[in-house]
Design a protein around this ligand. Structure first.
Ligand SMILES: Nc1ncnc2c1ncn2[C@@H]1O[C@H](COP(=O)(O)OP(=O)(O)O)[C@@H](O)[C@H]1O
Ligand SMILES: [Mg+2]
Length: 227
């Protein structure tokens, strides 16, 4: 049985124009990702990994080419792109970006509350369950400053999952963590991918993280390849 294609990039180019030159960061990139895939993207610093992830995550628009998510051609210029992104994509970055004035639980709830405030009780239950899944439910009522680095990143993972994203995007998600903590976080991703068949795309320097993915892609000079 073949899985459905959850993400397709067709002939994507991304250029940055500076005063003197045009930098071609992503060149004629085609990519198909199936539902439930766990893809890692490797490449040297400056090779365009974050640029590519920002395109997939609908944070930035390609210079040319098309992005299909679950069969739908998505334009970053459409007026409701924030809503589409919020419903479709979960992000975990190297830095957690938790809101300091809110508790862990509230941070997880916020992306869902902004869409559906009337379902606050349901959202709270779901957020608690997610915090439990990532092993930090005992810290639900702590503020980010009262959490360790690993705990903060766990909360950020729970937050990324609150709207059941079609694609979970990770940009160096353990870049700020020690090896032991990173390993625990890797196991969380492995579980989410296995148990929930969550599609994951991660950019990473970590061999351990890329080793648990089911496909490694290498970005070199704007071109994505399997070696
Ligand atoms: N807004 C921008 N304007 C011009 N150049 C940029 C911009 N963003 C990134 N770049 C350049 O694009 C290249 C790829 O950057 P990036 O995607 O952040 O790489 P990576 O995440 O692989 O380290 C780098 O050479 C960077 O300097
Ligand atoms: Mg980067």
């Amino acid at each position: 049985m073949t899985n459905k294609i959850i993400l397709e990039l067709k002939n994507i180019c991304k250029n940055y124009s500076t005063k003197n030159e045009t930098l071609e960061i992503v060149k004629n990139l085609d990519l198909k990702i199936e539902e439930g895939d766990f893809i890692s993207i490797l490449g040297q610093s400056g090779s365009g990994k974050t640029t590519l992830l920002n395109l997939i995550g609908l944070l930035d628009s390609p210079t040319s080419g098309e992005i299909y998510i679950d069969g739908e051609n998505i334009s970053v210029n459409s007026s409701n792109i924030d809503l589409i992104r919020n419903k479709t994509i979960g992000f975990v970055f190297q830095f957690h970006y938790l809101l300091p004035e809110f508790t862990a639980l509230e941070n997880v709830m916020i992306p869902a509350l902004t869409q559906n405030f009337s379902k606050k009780n349901e959202i709270e239950k779901k957020a608690l369950k997610l915090l439990q899944d990532v092993g930090v439910d005992e810290r639900a009522h702590h503020k980010p400053t009262e959490l360790s680095g690993g705990e903060k990143q766990r909360v950020a993972i729970a937050r990324a999952l609150i709207n059941d994203p079609k694609i979970l995007l990770l940009d160096e998600p353990t870049g700020n963590l020690d090896n032991e903590t990173s390993e625990k976080i890797f196991n969380i991703f492995k579980q989410i991918n296995k148990k929930n068949r969550q599609t994951i795309i991660t950019v990473t320097h970590s061999r351990e993280l890329s080793d648990i993915s089911n496909k490694k892609l290498f970005l070199k000079k704007g071109i994505l390849s399997e070696q």
